[in-house]
Design a protein around this ligand. Structure first.
Ligand code: GDP
Ligand code: ZN
Length: 448
C-alpha cells in the first residue's frame, strides 16, 4: 500500500460547463462516512434516495440532492462509492465539494483516478481503460463505437486469445523438455505446437498491418493543395460550413497549415489547407512550404484544387505518397472556363466554392473514401501506439522462436514464447504494468 489507495477521493464526474444536474463521485474507505456526514444517513445500496445535504461544519443546507450508495467491492471502482446528484449550479457544486474535502481523509481526485482504482481492483483491464478514455473523448459516431467495443473488453478478449495460444505452445514445448529422456516426445511435442504458433504469428501480423483502428481514432487526413488563388481556402471553408457537425477540438491553426476536423457520416476527417505551395519568398515561407509538403506527404488523400477559369494549363504539382489517393477538384465552375483535358488517373470533381455547386457530390465522395478507409473498424483493432508496440514485440519474439525452430533448444524456444506472452500481457495489463499506469490514466480527465 502506498497510502494513495487508502485515501478517499471526490470529484465532479459530469461534463464540464453548466448543466441542470452535476454528479459528484466519492470513492474510498470513507465514502460511507461522507454520505452520512452530508446526507444524515446512509441510503439503501444502489438506489437513488432524495436527501437534504448539509455542510457538517456549519449545519448550513447546501442542496436537495439524489444520493446513491455503492458499497465495495461490487462498485465501479471496487471500493465503497457514493454519488451525489446535485443541482448543477457552480456555487452548489463548489459548496458540496468544499464540504466533502473538509472531511478527514477526503481529497480531490486526480485525473483518471477513479478508473485507475477500478483497474487496480480488477474492475477493468488496461485496454478497457483506454477504450473508456477514448469513449469520453469520442467526437464521431464511429469513434464512439470503436471506443465502446474496447471499453467492453473486445480487444482484451482478442489479446487474451492470442496469449492463450502462446501458452498452449509453451506448454507443449515444455512437455517436451520434461519428457526429454523418453525417446521421441520432444520432436512430437514441437510438431504439435508449430501449426498453432504459425497461425498466431499470421494473425498478429494481420492485426499489426491493420491501421483502421488508428484511422478511426485520429481521423483520416485530407490535404487540400494547389496553386495560390486556386480557391483552396474557399473550398475548405465551404466544406467546413456545410458539414453538419464540425468537431474540431482545438483549431490547429498555425501560420502555414490550417486544419479543421469534419464529421463525415460518423467518421472523423481532418481537412488541411496547406497554403499555396508557391507563395514562398523568404526563409520563413520556405519553412512553411516544407511543413506543408510534409503534411501532404503524410495525408490519406490529397485534393489538388485547380482554378478552372485559369487559362494556364492544368498541372498537378504534388506527388502523393503511394498509399494515398489524389483527386482533382476543378474549382470556380461558376466562371466560364474553356474545355479542359483531365488527367486520366485522378478522380475529378467540378465545383464552385463560391456558389456551392458540386459540393454535395464532393462531400459524399469524401464520406465514401473515409468510410472505406476505416472499414468496419468497430472490430477490436489495435488503436494506440502502445498496444501496437506491445503486439509488435510479441510478434518479434514469436517470429524469432519459429525461425530458430530447427536450431534452438526447447528451452530457448519456450523462452521466446514466454517473452511474447509477456509483451501481449502489457496490452491488457495482465502483467508488468505498474510503470504504464501513469501513462494511460494521465489521459483521463478528473472525475473519471
Ligand atoms: P487559395 O489561395 O487557393 O486559398 O485561394 P482562395 O480561397 O483564397 O481564393 C482565391 C480567390 O478566388 C478569392 O478571391 C476567392 O474569392 C476566389 N474564389 C474561390 N473560389 C471561387 C469560386 O468557386 N468561384 C469564384 N468565382 N471565385 C472563387
Ligand atoms: Zn489560401
Amino acid at each position: 500500500m502506498n497510502g494513495q489507495e487508502e485515501s478517499t477521493i471526490a470529484a465532479v464526474s459530469s461534463g464540464s460547463g453548466a448543466a441542470a444536474v452535476a454528479v459528484i463521485r466519492v470513492s474510498g474507505p470513507r465514502a460511507g462516512e461522507a454520505v452520512r456526514a452530508l446526507a444524515g444517513r446512509l441510503p439503501p445500496p444502489r438506489r437513488a434516495s432524495l436527501a437534504r445535504l448539509v455542510d457538517p461544519r456549519s449545519g448550513e443546507g447546501l442542496d436537495s440532492a439524489l444520493v446513491l450508495w455503492f458499497p465495495g467491492p461490487a462498485s465501479a471502482t471496487g471500493e465503497d462509492m457514493a454519488e451525489f446528484q446535485v443541482h448543477g449550479g457552480r456555487a452548489v457544486v463548489a459548496a458540496v465539494l468544499a464540504a466533502l474535502f473538509a472531511l478527514p481523509g477526503v481529497r480531490p481526485a486526480e485525473r483518471g483516478e477513479f478508473s485507475r482504482r477500478a483497474f487496480l481492483n480488477g474492475r477493468m483491464s488496461l485496454a478497457e481503460a483506454e477504450g473508456l478514455a477514448d469513449l469520453i473523448a469520442a467526437e464521431t459516431a464511429q469513434q464512439r463505437r470503436q471506443a465502446l467495443a474496447h471499453a467492453f473488453g473486445h480487444l482484451a478478449d482478442r489479446v487474451e486469445g492470442w496469449r492463450a495460444a502462446l501458452v498452449r505452445g509453451m506448454a507443449l514445448i515444455e512437455a517436451g523438455i520434461d519428457f526429454a529422456e523418453e525417446d521421441d516426445v520432444p520432436a512430437e511435442a514441437r510438431a504439435l505446437a508449430r501449426p498453432g504458433l504459425e497461425a498466431l504469428l499470421a494473425e498478429l501480423d494481420t492485426a499489426l498491418a491493420d491501421r483502421r483502428g488508428a484511422m478511426v481514432r485520429d481521423g483520416a487526413t485530407i490535404a487540400i493543395a494547389g496553386r495560390p488563388n486556386a480557391g483552396k481556402s474557399s473550398l475548405m471553408n465551404a466544406l467546413a460550413a456545410r458539414d453538419v457537425a464540425i468537431v474540431s477540438d482545438e483549431p490547429g491553426t498555425t501560420r502555414d497549415v490550417l486544419e479543421v476536423a469534419l464529421d463525415l457520416d460518423g467518421h472523423k476527417a481532418i481537412l488541411i489547407d496547406t497554403a499555396g505551395l508557391r507563395e514562398a519568398a523568404g526563409a520563413v515561407e520556405a519553412e512553411g512550404i516544407r511543413r506543408a509538403r510534409a503534411r501532404i506527404e503524410a495525408a490519406d488523400l490529397v485534393l489538388w484544387v485547380h482554378d478552372g477559369s485559369d487559362s494556364e494549363a492544368l498541372a498537378i504539382e504534388v506527388t502523393p505518397p503511394p498509399e494515398a489517393g489524389l483527386w482533382l477538384v476543378v474549382n470556380k465552375s461558376d466562371l466560364a472556363g474553356g474545355p479542359m483535358t483531365m488527367p486520366a488517373a485522378a478522380r475529378t470533381f467540378a465545383v464552385s466554392a463560391r456558389t456551392g455547386d458540386g459540393l454535395d457530390g464532393l462531400t459524399a465522395a469524401l464520406a465514401g473514401f473515409v468510410t472505406a478507409r476505416a472499414g468496419g473498424a468497430e472490430h477490436p483493432a489495435l488503436i494506440r501506439e502502445r498496444q501496437r508496440g506491445a503486439v509488435a514485440e510479441a510478434a518479434g519474439h514469436l517470429r524469432q522462436g519459429l525461425a530458430g525452430w530447427e536450431m534452438l533448444s526447447d528451452e530457448l524456444i519456450a523462452e521466446e514464447l514466454r517473452l511474447a506472452a509477456r509483451a501481449l500481457g502489457r496490452v491488457t495489463g495482465a502483467i508488468d504494468v505498474e510503470d504504464l499506469l501513469d501513462v494511460v490514466f494521465r489521459e483521463f480527465c478528473i472525475g473519471k
